[in-house]
Write a protein that binds this ligand. Sequence first.
Ligand code: GLP
Length: 242
Amino acid sequence: MRIIKATDYNDMSLNAAEIISEQIKYKPNSVLGLATGSTPLKTYKYLIEWYKNGDLDFSKITTFNLDEYYGLSKLDKQSYHYFMFDNLFSHININNDNIHIPDGTNKDVEQECLNYEKAILDADGIDLQLLGCGHNGHIGFNEPNEVFYTNTHLVNLEESTIQANKRFFETEEDVPRQSYTMGIKTIMQARKIIMLISGEGKKEIVKKAFFGPITPKVPASVLQLHRDFTLIVDKDAFSLCE
Ligand code: GLP
């Protein structure tokens, strides 16, 4: 595990965008695993800026997003589809056929999960996976659990996750209670992983996940076992670990 100690949110975002940019330049047909949430927003802004300056080309890039709320359609403003197009895809030259996000409207759960795993395999796996981290250590929507070894699946969201994510919805009742998510196993199969963590509110989870025991009760702790994992964390989030 490598740790990049960034000074602040902007520095964290710049570091992450540089790693993603190097990946794209080194392998123009890279397969990227992407994340939602507020943490990667500035990273995406840098990537868009560098694309607009002519420094980055996404035409051969393939992407797989970590998760999607169950029951929300692509057109729903709260869906992760909408988020990704709004904050990244609509501003770069990615081919729409190369974008993969679980289909929240597919009620055939088994088929949706198998399809997603197969699509990742068919793309020859994920070269670089970008992750954020929930306050309870969730990655994608892998909530604290008894086991690590899960593929893409439908998950029941924890009350704390519903509370944390309700800021994006009009009312708490509107927050979906379930989500499709890549599993821990899917994520750990990525060849390279970077995780971004920013802000005081995440300082406890940084300590637990990366300076404590590896346990499915803190899903992000499994990343300690990955052979090419970089944590990019800002000062405030790292403050209990100095
Ligand atoms: C959601 C997403 C995660 C993300 C997490 C943290 O639950 N499913 O992929 O990492 O939120 O979000 P934020 O970056 O807004 O703190």
